[in-house]
Write a protein that binds this ligand. Structure first.
Ligand SMILES: [Zn+2]
Length: 348
């Protein structure tokens, strides 16, 4: 009897597995119907599916992508309406198991997604973008770019181990923690000013990148402010492969929260996309989009470069999360993921 138990168990298991795969196959989720609505000054897209799929969004400049994992597009019924924000909506099969909605926008927006469990429905809410930190960042740059600062004191860190099989072996990455010294950056809602958070983040991030085989250059590793022109002429004189400026956002409107990513030069676009997706998915804050903005560092870097603003310190709840060590670890892991994704998928 004892000897029989295992084969019987295996037989049952494979039967269940077969039945389960059959049911899953038969019930592949399809996008069934999409309705466009307007209400209380927002645009809404109600997407009905034939089963449960948890949709995820990604805002890259004027395109908003909504992915439905485990779903196929099929031929959904689509009730389209005129909108001052939405220029076009297209459907595509992103890959075998992901259906994708591509929303082309006429203007800057903020969006939210609600997956209504039990009703197999996803509601996408699209409104005008609440003003964020662009203007503050520019004002800061104008004030600080030419202002005399302490001589630059960059720190170069070798990879933790030099092993041929490490994903970032041979790469040099510059991390630029924003602000420092007499420039605290955003004060935020608590005791840690932006300049401290950027430095702590850069250090956590350096560790992860070095463990993955990269050499890392920190443009500062202490509480020090150098002139932005000096930072960029130094960066451009190294043979670094990529440049990452680390900041935290802030604005007068305490309701605004979320992760934003900026780039400027076209050569940085693919890198910026990979970084924005990794940060948004990794830290789990609201997606406030990838934007092309001529900030000083990303405009003047002669290598693929991004400026990250992973959270708003002016939003109380987000400040609480963003000032914790666990957030920094998550962010460092996301940055590593984005960098690996970029180098891994690059065609030489
Ligand atoms: Zn800043």
């Amino acid at each position: 009897m004892r000897n029989l138990r295992a084969p019987v168990f295996c037989f049952l298991l494979s039967t269940f597995y077969f039945l389960f795969s059959f049911i899953s196959y038969a019930e592949t989720v399809r996008l069934d119907r999409i309705e466009m609505k307007r209400d209380r000054g927002y645009d809404y897209l109600d997407v009905y599916t034939t089963g449960w799929s948890e949709a995820k969004g990604l805002l890259l400049e004027n395109k908003l992508y909504i992915d439905f994992p485990g779903a196929v597009v099929g031929q959904p019924e689509f009730l389209k309406r005129k909108s001052k924000r939405i220029a076009d909506i297209a459907f595509e099969q992103k890959d075998k198991t992901t259906a994708r909605l591509v929303i082309t926008l006429k203007k800057s927006v903020d969006y939210d997604i609600v997956n209504v469990f039990g009703r197999d429905k996803t509601v996408i809410e699209i409104g005008d973008r609440l003003d964020g930190g662009f203007t503050r960042q520019f004002a800061w740059e104008t004030k600080i770019a030419g202002k005399k600062g302490a001589p630059l004191k960059p720190v170069k860190l070798a990879p933790v181990v030099a092993r041929a099989d490490l994903p970032l072996r041979g790469k040099t990455i510059i991390l630029d923690p924003g602000h420092g010294g007499d420039d605290p950056g955003a004060a935020g809602c608590g005791s840690l000013p932006e300049k401290e958070l950027t430095l702590l983040t850069a250090r956590a991030c350096a560790e992860r990148l070095r463990e993955a085989g990269a050499a890392v250059i920190l443009t500062r590793d202490e509480d020090r402010r150098s002139n932005l022109r000096d930072v960029m002429s130094f960066a451009n004189g190294t043979n670094a492969d990529i440049f990452i400026s680390i900041h935290y956002n802030s604005t007068e409107n305490g309701r605004i929260a979320g992760s934003e990513t900026y780039y400027h030069n076209p050569v940085s676009r693919r890198f910026a996309e990979a970084m924005h997706e990794a940060v948004v998915r990794g830290v789990g804050e609201k997606d406030r989009g990838l934007h092309r903005v001529p900030f000083y560092t990303v405009k003047n870097a002669r290598m693929p470069s991004v400026l990250l603003e992973p959270a708003y310190l002016s939003n109380e709840e987000e400040y609480e999360r963003a000032s914790s060590a666990s957030f920094r670890e998550k962010l460092a892991g996301s940055i590593l993921k984005g960098v690996k994704e970029y180098f891994g998928s690059r065609t030489h």
